[in-house]
Design a protein around this ligand. Structure first.
Ligand SMILES: Cc1cc2nc3c(=O)[nH]c(=O)nc-3n(C[C@H](O)[C@H](O)[C@H](O)COP(=O)(O)OP(=O)(O)OC[C@H]3O[C@@H](n4cnc5c(N)ncnc54)[C@H](O)[C@@H]3O)c2cc1C
Length: 806
C-alpha cells in the first residue's frame, strides 16, 4: 500500500469509484481508494439502478446526461460490462401541472440537445402495451432511459481507475483522519497510514461516521427503501423487445423490466428512518425484512396503471438503506472550514448521477472549481443550523414527496422554524408568509390575516395579488423590507483595506462613508459573488453579501491570508436589517432622525452611522428595489424597536411591510441580477455587466483568470425581456427561471429570473442569450409553450437612475 498519495478516497461504492476514476482521468494517477469491505457494500449493491437524463435543474440534467453517455464508453474502455439496458423511459402526465413540468423539460431538452420529447399515446402504446393510458394527458419519451448493473458500473470505474495507476484496497477500513500541522492528512487504517493533501469522504451510508473522524458534522439521515421484482410475466416475456421503463410520478412509484418480469419501487408516505443514532459498522451487504404493506398504496397505483402487475407473483423484495440530505441533493465540495477535505455524500440517484458527480468532484479537487455552477449541490448550502431534528423532518418530507413536482417558488414547511429573528412572531401576526433562507425565516409576502399559506403551481398563485399591492405601495409611497437574511461581515484593522483589495475585484472605497459594489472572482474567472463594501472608519469596513452563500464564500475569504492585526468577522446573526424604499422613504425616515437625509447630505452610495428612533443603525443609501431608499442595519437586540418605529412612521405615509417576493419583482423591473441566478461562477463579468467593476490595475483573488476571460468576447449576454402581455395573461403565468428562449426556432438562451413587474405593468424575465440583442423578438417557453417576448434595451423602471439617485 502506498504511504503517500495525491488523494485518498474513502468508500468503494459507485460514487467513490467514480471519483477515483475521474481523478485519474484528469491526470492524477497517484490516488488510493480505501474500502472497509467489498466494493459496493453500502447502498450500491442492491440498487434498482434506473438511469434518467432529464431533471428540473439544467446542470443536474447535464450531469445525468454525461453519466448516461459515459457507461457505454466505460465498457469499451475497461472491457467490464456495466449491464446497460436502454430501452427508453416513458414519462406520464396525469395532471395539468405534470404536463407543464414535462413540457418545460422537453423544451429544455431541445435547447440543450438532449433526447427527451413528446410522443403520441398511440406511439406510447406501441412501445409499452402493458400500460393503461386512460387519463394520461401527455407522454414524454427519453430513448436513452433504462437501467444498469450496479456492481458492473462500480467495477468498471474501479478497473478504469486501476488502469491509470490508482490503487484500491478492499477490507481496509479507515479508522482515523488526522490533519497534520503542514495541512496534509494522515489517513489511518489497520494496514498502515497514508499521508495525503486530499481526503475524499465518499462513505455513503457511513458518510456521517467518516466525517466525524475529521470533526465534521453532516446533515444526513438514512431511510429504508423498497422495491420488488415479479416472477416471469407472459406479457413481458412475449413482448419481443425490452419494455421501456415507466415514470408515472403522479402514481408515486417507478417501474421497469427486470429479467422477464417487472421491478416496481416506491417512495411511500409512511416512510421509515434507519440508523438514527449512527450507521452500524458491521452492516455490509445486508437488507431489512420485507415490509410490502408500507408500500401498498403505491403498489395499487402501479396495478391500476399496469394491471398485469397485479396478476404476477412476487419473486424478490429488496428493502435496503439509502442516506439523504435535507433537500435530497448531494452534499458535495471541500469543507469550507478545513483544508483538503472533500465530501460527496447523500446521493439518492447515484446511478443517474455517478459519472457527472465523479467528474465534478475531480474538477473541484484538481482544478479548484467545477465547470458547472454546483451551488445547489454544494455542502456549504447547509451549516450548523441544519440540526439533527431539522434534517430528520426535511428527509421525511423529501422521501414522502420524492416524486411530487417541485414548483417554482415552492417553500416546504418541514423542520421549520430552524432559526428566526426577534420580530418573527410579530411578522407572523401581521400575516407574513415565510420562506427559508440559509435556515432563517424571512417574510415572502404579507397576507391580510395571519395563518395564510402559499398555493403552488407553475401559473400565478395566491400571492400574486398581495405581492402586486406591496410593489405598488412601495413604488408609490414606501415599503419596509426585512433584509436580515443578507450576510454581513466586518473587516477591521490597519490592513483591512489592503486585504479587501486583495480579495475583491473592485477598488475599495477610499473615504469613510463611501460604498462600492464589487464582484468576487472565481477560479475560472466567473462571478463567485457580488458584495457591497462600505468604509465605516479609516480602518473598518462593512461587507454585505448573499446570505445563502455565506458558508460558500468562506472558501474565497480564507484563500487570502489575513494580515496580522486585521480581523474579518461574520456578523449575520448579530445584525438585522431593513430596506426602506420608495418615493416617500426619505420623508418617512427623516421623521425618525436628526441626520439630514437630503440628497446633498446623504447621496446615493453613501453611508453613515445614524440614530434612528433611538436605535444606532448603519444607514446605506442603496436599495435592491432600484428605488430611492436606505438599507438600515442594527443590532439584533434592537430589531423589534426599530421595526416598531418604522411601522409607526410608515402609517402617516401609507407605507407598510413588503416581503422578498415583491423585492424580486422590483429588482427585475430594474434589471438587477441576483446571486445564484444571474451571478454564478459560470458567468463571466462582462456577460453580466460587471466587467467594469474588475480593476485590473490592482491585484485581487483570481485576477489572472478574470484578466483572461475579460480579453474574450462575451459568450452570451444577460438581458431583460418583456413577455407578451396577452399571452402571459392567457396562460395566467410568468417566467420563473429556467425557461428556454428560442429565436426563429433556434435555442438561444434561457431565463434566469422571471417576475411580473407590477409597477410597470409588464411580465418580465432576466436571462442569458447569444446572437440576439435589444429589439429582437424571441420566444420564451413559459409552461413549456412559446410566449412571444422582446429584448429590452433599458429597464422599464427608472432607466436613467434619476429616482435612485434623486
Ligand atoms: C433499494 C434501493 C434502490 C435504489 N435504486 C436506485 C436507482 O434506481 N437509481 C439510482 O440512481 N439510485 C438508486 N439507489 C440509490 C443508490 O444506491 C445510491 O445513490 C448509491 O449507491 C450511493 O453510492 P455511494 O457510493 O454514495 O454509497 P455506498 O454505496 O453506501 O458506498 C459507501 C462505501 O463506503 C464504504 N465505507 C464506509 N465507511 C468506510 C470506512 N471507514 N473506510 C472505508 N470504507 C468505508 C462502505 O463499505 C461502502 O462500500 C437505490 C438505493 C436503494 C437503497
Amino acid at each position: 500500500m502506498r504511504r503517500e498519495a495525491q488523494a485518498v478516497v474513502i468508500g468503494g461504492g459507485v460514487i467513490g469509484c467514480s471519483i477515483l476514476y475521474h481523478l485519474t482521468k484528469l491526470g492524477w494517477s497517484d490516488v488510493v481508494l480505501l474500502e472497509r469491505d467489498e466494493l459496493t457494500s453500502g447502498s450500491t449493491w442492491h440498487a434498482a439502478a434506473n438511469i434518467h437524463g432529464l431533471h428540473d435543474s439544467t446542470n443536474i440534467s447535464r450531469i445525468q446526461h454525461y453519466t448516461m453517455t459515459l457507461y457505454k464508453e466505460l465498457e469499451v474502455e475497461t472491457g467490464q460490462s456495466c449491464g446497460v439496458f436502454q430501452p427508453g423511459s416513458l414519462y406520464l402526465a396525469q395532471t395539468e401541472e405534470r404536463e407543464h413540468q414535462l413540457k418545460l423539460q422537453a423544451a429544455k431538452a431541445k435547447l440543450y440537445g438532449m433526447n427527451f420529447y413528446e410522443i403520441s399515446l398511440e406511439e406510447a402504446k406501441r412501445l409499452n402495451p402493458l400500460v393503461n393510458y386512460d387519463g394520461i394527458r401527455c407522454v414524454m419519451y427519453e430513448p436513452d432511459g433504462g437501467n444498469v448493473d450496479p456492481s458492473g458500473v462500480t467495477n468498471a470505474y474501479a478497473v478504469g481507475a486501476r488502469q491509470r495507476g490508482a490503487e484500491i484496497h478492499r477490507f481496509t477500513p479507515v479508522t482515523a483522519t488526522e490533519q497534520q500541522t503542514d495541512g496534509s492528512w494522515l489517513v489511518k487504517t489497520p494496514k498502515g497510514d497514508i499521508r495525503t493533501p486530499w481526503v475524499v469522504n465518499a462513505a455513503g451510508l457511513w458518510g456521517r461516521e467518516v466525517a466525524a473522524l475529521a470533526g465534521v458534522e453532516l446533515p444526513l439521515q438514512p431511510t429504508e427503501h423498497q422495491y420488488f421484482v415479479t416472477e416471469t410475466m407472459a406479457d413481458v416475456a412475449g413482448h419481443g423487445t425490452r419494455l421501456p421503463s415507466v415514470s408515472d410520478r403522479d402514481g408515486e412509484y417507478y417501474l421497469r423490466q427486470e429479467g422477464q418480469g417487472l421491478l416496481v419501487g416506491a417512495y411511500e408516505k409512511d416512510m421509515k428512518f434507519w440508523a438514527e443514532e449512527g450507521t452500524p459498522l458491521d452492516f455490509a451487504h445486508d437488507l431489512f425484512p420485507d415490509d410490502l404493506e408500507r408500500i401498498e398504496d403505491n403498489m395499487m397505483n402501479a396495478i391500476k396503471r399496469l394491471p398485469a402487475v397485479g396478476e404476477a407473483g412476487i419473486k424478490r423484495v429488496i428493502n435496503g438503506p439509502m442516506i439523504w440530505s435535507p433537500d435530497a441533493n448531494v452534499l458535495m465540495g471541500p469543507v469550507p472550514e478545513l483544508e483538503g477535505y472533500f465530501c460527496c455524500n447523500g446521493i439518492i440517484p447515484g446511478f443517474s448521477q455517478s459519472g457527472g458527480m465523479g467528474l465534478m468532484a475531480a474538477q473541484w479537487i484538481i482544478e479548484g472549481e467545477t465547470q458547472y455552477d454546483m451551488f445547489a449541490w454544494d455542502m456549504a448550502r447547509f451549516d450548523t443550523w441544519a440540526t439533527k431534528e431539522f434534517t430528520k423532518a426535511r428527509v421525511q418530507d423529501q422521501y414522502a414527496h420524492r416524486f411530487a413536482i417541485r414548483f417554482p417558488n415552492e417553500e416546504r414547511s418541514a423542520g421549520r422554524p430552524a432559526r428566526a429573528r426577534p420580530i418573527y412572531a410579530l411578522q407572523a401576526e401581521m400575516g407574513a408568509v415565510f420562506g427559508l433562507n440559509a435556515g432563517w425565516e424571512h417574510p415572502l409576502w404579507f397576507a391580510t390575516a395571519p395563518g395564510a399559506k402559499d398555493t403552488n403551481g407553475f401559473t400565478r398563485q395566491n400571492w400574486w395579488e398581495p405581492v402586486a399591492a406591496e410593489c405598488r405601495m412601495l413604488r408609490s409611497r414606501a415599503g419596509i423590507i426585512d433584509i436580515s437574511n443578507f450576510a454581513k461581515y466586518r473587516c477591521a484593522g490597519p490592513d483591512a483595506e489592503t486585504w479587501l483589495n486583495a480579495v475583491f475585484a473592485n477598488t475599495m472605497p477610499k473615504a469613510v462613508g463611501r460604498s462600492c459594489l464589487t464582484p468576487l472572482i472565481s477560479k475560472r474567472g466567473g462571478i463567485a459573488g457580488d458584495f457591497t463594501v462600505t468604509r465605516v472608519a479609516e480602518d473598518a469596513f462593512w461587507i454585505i453579501g448573499s446570505g445563502m452563500a455565506e458558508r460558500y464564500h468562506k472558501r474565497f475569504f480564507k484563500a487570502v491570508p489575513l494580515p496580522e492585526g486585521t480581523t474579518f468577522q461574520p456578523r449575520t446573526e448579530a445584525i438585522c436589517g431593513f430596506n426602506v424604499a420608495g418615493p416617500k422613504s426619505r420623508e418617512m425616515l427623516q421623521r425618525l432622525t436628526n441626520t439630514s437625509l437630503a440628497t446633498e447630505d446623504f447621496p446615493f452610495m453613501r453611508s453613515a452611522m445614524i440614530d434612528l428612533a433611538g436605535v444606532e443603525v448603519l444607514a446605506l443609501r442603496v436599495s435592491f428595489t432600484g428605488d430611492l431608499g436606505w438599507e438600515l442595519h442594527c443590532k439584533s437586540e434592537d430589531q423589534q424597536r426599530l421595526y416598531a418605529a418604522l411601522l409607526a412612521a410608515g402609517e402617516e405615509f401609507g407605507a407598510g411591510p413588503v416581503g422578498s417576493r415583491a423585492l424580486m419583482s422590483l429588482r427585475v423591473e430594474k434589471g438587477y441580477g441576483s446571486w445564484s441566478r444571474e451571478y454564478s461562477p459560470e458567468y463571466w463579468p462582462q456577460e453580466v455587466g460587471l466587467g467594469r467593476l474588475c480593476k485590473l490595475q490592482k491585484e485581487f483573488l483570481n485576477k489572472a483568470a478574470a484578466e483572461d476571460v475579460l480579453k474574450k468576447p462575451a459568450r452570451e449576454q444577460l438581458v431583460l425581456l418583456h413577455l407578451d402581455e396577452a399571452e402571459t395573461a392567457a396562460s395566467n403565468a410568468d417566467a420563473t427561471g429556467g425557461e428556454p428562449i428560442f429565436k426563429d426556432g433556434k435555442g438561444i438562451g434561457r431565463v434566469t429570473s422571471g417576475a411580473y413587474g407590477y409597477s410597470v405593468g409588464m411580465s418580465l424575465a432576466l436571462g442569458f442569450v447569444r446572437d440576439a440583442g435589444p429589439g429582437d423578438e424571441v420566444e420564451v417557453m413559459v409552461l413549456g409553450r412559446p410566449h412571444r417576448a422582446v429584448i429590452l434595451d433599458r429597464p422599464p423602471f427608472d432607466p436613467d437612475g434619476a429616482i435612485l439617485r434623486g
